[in-house]
Design a binder for this molecule. Structure first.
Ligand code: SAM
Length: 244
């Protein structure tokens, strides 16, 4: 199976649960999963293979979890690109999201008592992270101020074991126009989604990386704006495993 033929099947499978959440939920999921390269790259690069316990902060309606579960089903059915690593087999997919409307859409998509998925209303600045193997924050860190970012990142580091992964996407505030373009769009979308016009708290890429290294993560950064004129970067932050 080639990636080219496989991806439409994965997008169909991952979007399907959102049909029960209504027109918006379904088309939002489809649009997001088909146009945003980070979902594909997460699997293709095997970044979370062999991880079991996931926490997604600012998870929206749970598109990432639907993607991981769909990947699992297709892999189990033998429908998987020959050159991709196996997807993770999650035991626990926990998410926190500020907006009630997204949480309600997630509940309709996954059901209230899903054996693996639990998406709850909560502010990432307050909720208990528990113990997890992977933490993700996709395009949500810049909604909280720098002091809160520092605190959330410190608590993420504490929640992860040796070998644990924190995956995030941030904008590079040092990148000029592409960064500002993304922020303008973000303001508009966030306003339409029912937030007050938000202040956004960016940092230069080098400052993100320095901050994460100070917390004793190893950090890889890779541009993650494919097809869009933005300055988005995926940061893969690993907790060093010094046991072996
Ligand atoms: C750009 S959306 C991304 C949603 C999701 N991560 C995705 O990739 O589809 C950012 C999300 O973060 C949520 N958010 C913002 N601040 C938050 C906070 N302090 N705690 C939890 N969620 C937050 C917003 O409500 C929004 O749903």
């Amino acid at each position: 199976m080639t990636e080219h033929r496989f991806l439409p099947a994965l997008i169909d499978e991952a979007s399907h649960p959102f049909r029960s959440g209504g027109h918006f939920a379904y088309h939002y999921a489809r649009g997001k999963l088909s146009s945003d390269c980070i979902f594909r790259e997460l699997l293709r690069r095997g970044l979370v293979t062999d991880r079991r316990r996931f926490l997604d902060l600012g998870c929206g309606q749970g598109s990432l979890f639907a993607w991981l579960l769909a990947a699992n089903r297709l892999y189990a059915a033998g429908n998987w690109p020959a050159d991709w690593p196996a997807p993770p087999r999650p035991e626990s997919l926990r998410g926190y999201e500020l907006m009630d409307r997204d949480v309600a859409r997630a509940a309709r998509a996954f059901g209230e008592d899903h054996p693996v998925v639990a998406i709850r209303q909560g502010d990432m600045c307050d909720v208990d992270f528990g113990e997890v193997d992977v933490v993700t924050i996709l395009d949500a860190l810049h909604y909280i101020d720098h002091q809160r970012q520092n605190d959330v990142l410190r608590r993420i580091r504490a929640a992860l074991p040796a070998g644990g992964i924190f995956l995030t996407r941030v904008g590079d505030a040092g990148a000029g126009l592409p960064y500002h373009l993304c922020n303008w769009l973000d303001h508009a979308v966030t306003f339409v989604r029912g937030h007050r016009l938000p202040a956004l708290y960016g940092r230069r890429l080098s400052d993100w990386v320095d901050l994460l290294r100070q917390l004793d993560f190893t950090v890889d950064s890779v541009p993650m704006s494919e097809g869009k004129p933005f300055a988005n970067v995926m940061l893969t932050c690993r907790v060093p495993d010094r046991t072996g």
